[in-house]
Structure formats: structure tokens, C-alpha cells
Design a protein around this ligand. Structure first.
Ligand code: ATP
Ligand code: MG
Length: 253
């Protein structure tokens, strides 16, 4: 029996655009489970990023509730939300948003120091381990501008997981990467998930989606497709792609 980590109940999100309300999420209901690598897919403009922002409390909902740890994120104060975001959640985006005048190591360690649950020396140990795991220890003192996109994204992932988030949110983390860097980043996410990291990732890339244990499909502001997959195994990549592709085709992706 899977444990629910995050639950969206009748979530609505609208934006005012040219004096008119545009309805993006229209009563979305979904449970996200602990330990899952959940992927969100859907057409461009269907509200995938919006879903991620609303579910993580980065943006407010127009209606409904988002339940995390017994609390409704839509009702929390901005102060409580910001604490929750750095203590319990991790974020990775298409653009890495690293601090340009800090080294890779400093980019990773700074949010670690903000976490009062761990001593400075424990944080430093974890940062060293993450640099190693992400394959960027040799370039730890480089500035982001001196690194490839893939190296920067691996640093951004290390930064996102330094505080051992309960849930890692990722919005098209491979969207700006070439094929080689994409598979390296996907391998890292897969490994994190194998070690128990819950992940909620938006992608429009079939290969990235195939890493999921579950794929959700958004249309008209709701989840209209929900596919459970076996744990990712490289050996089955081709048949997995065929399965996911057929499912997406049936949804007219
Ligand atoms: N702050 C905003 N103000 C007005 N409209 C917005 C705002 N943010 C998003 N939208 C609109 O909401 C819709 C959904 O946007 P969203 O970014 O969630 O789509 P998406 O599924 O992530 O698309 P893509 O695959 O292109 O990234 C779009 O039509 C977008 O223009
Ligand atoms: Mg988007």
C-alpha cells in the first residue's frame, strides 16, 4: 500500500489575462505517492508547470486544497510556506538558476547551511558526497559559467537534494540539455529515486518520461490519464518506450 505524500483536492487556478480570467486548473484531483517517480505530461500550455508551482506552494491556488503532511498549503502563511519549501521540498528547473558568482560547491552548500537540523560539518560531508555522486568533484571550485549545461544541472540537482527533501520537484530538468547530458541527468534522477527519493517531474520528452514509475497526463486543467509502470530497468527501455508511446498516442498527445 503506497503512502500519499501530497494530495490535490479540487484545485483551481486561473490567471487574469487582458481583463479576462483564463482557467488553467479546473478542479484537479490527484494523490502523489511516497517513493514514486511521478511524471506529468501534456500539451504545451496545458498547465504542467502551473500544476508543479501550485502543488509545491510556490504559487497559490484559486480554489481547492493541497494537502501535505496534514496541512493545507493553500492556507499557510508565506513565512511557513517558505520554511516548508526549503526544509521539505527540492526544486530543479530547465534553467538551472545557479548563483553565477558562487562556485558549484558554494551553490550546493549555501542552502545546506540554512538547514538548522544538521551541523555545519555534517552539511559539508553531505555536500562532498553529492559532488562525488553527481560526478562534479573535480570542478567543484568552478563558476557555473565555466561548466557545461549538464554539469550545471547536476550541480542544481545536488543543491536541490542537499537537505534531503521529502519531495523533489523538477520542471523539464533536461529541456535545455543535449542527448548525452540528458541521459546523465536522468540516470542521476533514477538513482536518487532507487534510493527512495520521491520525485514529481514535468517533461515532454518520451525518454525522460520512461524513467517514471507513474505518468499523469493533463488536459483541460485536469488529470485525464494515469499510467503505472514497473520500476525502470535499462534492459527494458525499448519495450517501455513502446508502451508509453502507445499510451500517449491513445491520449492524442
Ligand atoms: N502568470 C501567468 N499569467 C497569465 N497566464 C499564465 C501565467 N502563467 C501561466 N499562464 C498561462 O497558463 C497556461 C499554462 O501554462 P503552463 O506554464 O503551466 O503550461 P505548460 O503545460 O507548463 O506548458 P509548456 O509545456 O509550454 O511549458 C498557458 O496558457 C500560460 O500562458
Ligand atoms: Mg512548462
Amino acid at each position: 500500500m503506497k503512502k500519499t505524500i501530497l494530495s490535490a483536492k479540487e484545485v483551481f487556478k486561473s490567471f487574469a489575462h487582458n481583463g479576462k480570467q483564463v482557467h488553467i486548473l479546473t478542479g484537479m484531483n490527484v494523490d502523489i505517492y511516497e517513493g514514486d517517480f511521478t511524471v506529468i505530461m501534456g500539451a504545451s500550455g496545458s498547465g504542467k508547470s502551473t500544476t508543479l508551482y501550485v502543488l509545491s506552494g510556490m504559487d497559490g491556488a484559486t480554489g481547492g486544497s493541497v494537502i501535505y503532511n496534514g496541512e493545507d498549503l493553500t492556507k499557510l502563511s508565506e513565512k511557513k510556506l517558505s520554511v516548508l519549501r526549503y526544509s521539505d521540498f527540492g526544486f530543479v528547473f530547465q534553467q538551472m538558476h545557479l548563483v553565477s558568482n558562487l562556485s558549484l560547491y558554494e551553490n550546493i552548500i549555501v542552502p545546506g547551511y540554512l538547514n538548522k537540523k544538521r551541523s555545519a560539518s555534517e552539511t559539508e560531508k553531505r555536500a562532498d558526497e553529492l559532488l562525488e555522486k553527481m560526478g562534479i568533484s573535480d570542478i567543484r571550485d568552478h563558476l557555473p559559467s565555466q561548466c557545461s549545461g549538464g554539469e550545471q544541472q547536476r550541480c542544481a540537482i545536488a543543491r536541490a537534494v542537499i537537505n534531503e527533501p521529502k519531495l523533489l520537484f523538477a520542471d523539464e530538468p533536461t529541456g535545455a540539455l543535449n542527448r548525452k547530458n540528458t541521459s546523465e541527468v536522468l540516470d542521476l534522477l533514477t538513482e536518487l529515486n532507487r534510493n527512495g527519493q520521491s520525485i514529481l517531474m514535468v517533461t515532454h520528452d518520451l525518454k525522460a518520461a520512461c524513467r517514471a514509475s507513474r505518468i499523469l497526463y493533463i488536459e483541460d486543467g485536469r488529470i485525464i490519464g494515469d499510467l503505472d509502470l514497473a520500476m525502470y530497468d535499462e534492459k527494458d527501455e525499448k519495450s517501455r518506450e513502446t508502451q508509453v508511446n502507445a499510451w500517449l498516442t491513445s491520449l492524442e498527445w
